[in-house]
Design a protein around this ligand. Structure first.
Ligand code: HEM
Length: 160
């Protein structure tokens, strides 16, 4: 099997685990946690699950990034970044950069501490904010997945 096919398989498996996980946290875990009675219960439960999911996300982010850049290099696709009809290529890279920054830089440095402190002070507002951010990231990720699947199989919006 050629290298780019293996990379493509790994890329899509990584995307499924990663964005599927984001969907689960957004649509199932967060709404369930917000119904818990005490703020302490919410924080402990959410932290326990999110910690495990963050570990999985770090691995899948690395797989998606490595296989994605390998594909761009191997299939010689850099030229696409200069063409607006390949907006989904830019979107894939932007989403990857956002998640990489969050998981590897911002969270370990201060985001995690900030979340715990704020969730203890203002639990309703903090979980509301976290839920809105998750919905936003999930929405943008799904639009990107749709654009990437259609685009990489030949259907391009705004094609000249
Ligand atoms: C560093 C970041 C990334 C790079 C460099 C990258 C690169 C690529 C490349 C080169 C392709 C193949 C395009 C083609 O064959 O025409 C691809 C496909 C794809 N990528 Fe990415 N990608 C990245 C991140 C992401 C992310 C974050 C997502 C999800 C939100 C994603 C979802 C997809 C999907 C769904 C496909 C289509 C697979 C198929 O239908 O065969 N990628 N990506």
């Amino acid at each position: 099997m050629e290298g780019w096919i293996v990379a493509r398989v790994l890329h899509v498996i990584g995307v499924v685990l990663w964005i599927g996980g984001v969907a689960m946290v957004t649509a199932v875990l967060l709404p369930a946690v917000r119904r818990f009675k005490t703020p302490e219960e919410r924080l402990v439960f959410f932290e326990e699950i999110e910690r495990r999911f963050a570990a999985q996300s770090r691995v899948t982010t690395l797989i998606v990034g490595a296989s994605g850049f390998y594909l761009v290099h191997q299939l010689d696709l850099w030229w696409r970044l200069a063409r607006p009809e390949f907006w989904w290529m830019h979107a894939m890279i932007v989403i990857w950069v956002i998640f990489t920054l969050m998981l590897f830089v911002l969270e370990p440095l201060f985001l995690h501490r900030w979340f715990i402190e704020r969730a203890q002070r203002e639990p309703e507002a903090t979980f509301g904010l976290v839920a809105r951010l998750h919905w936003m990231l999930l929405g943008v990720s799904l639009v990107t997945v749709a654009g990437a699947i259609a685009g990489s199989h030949g259907y391009l919006l705004f094609a000249r």
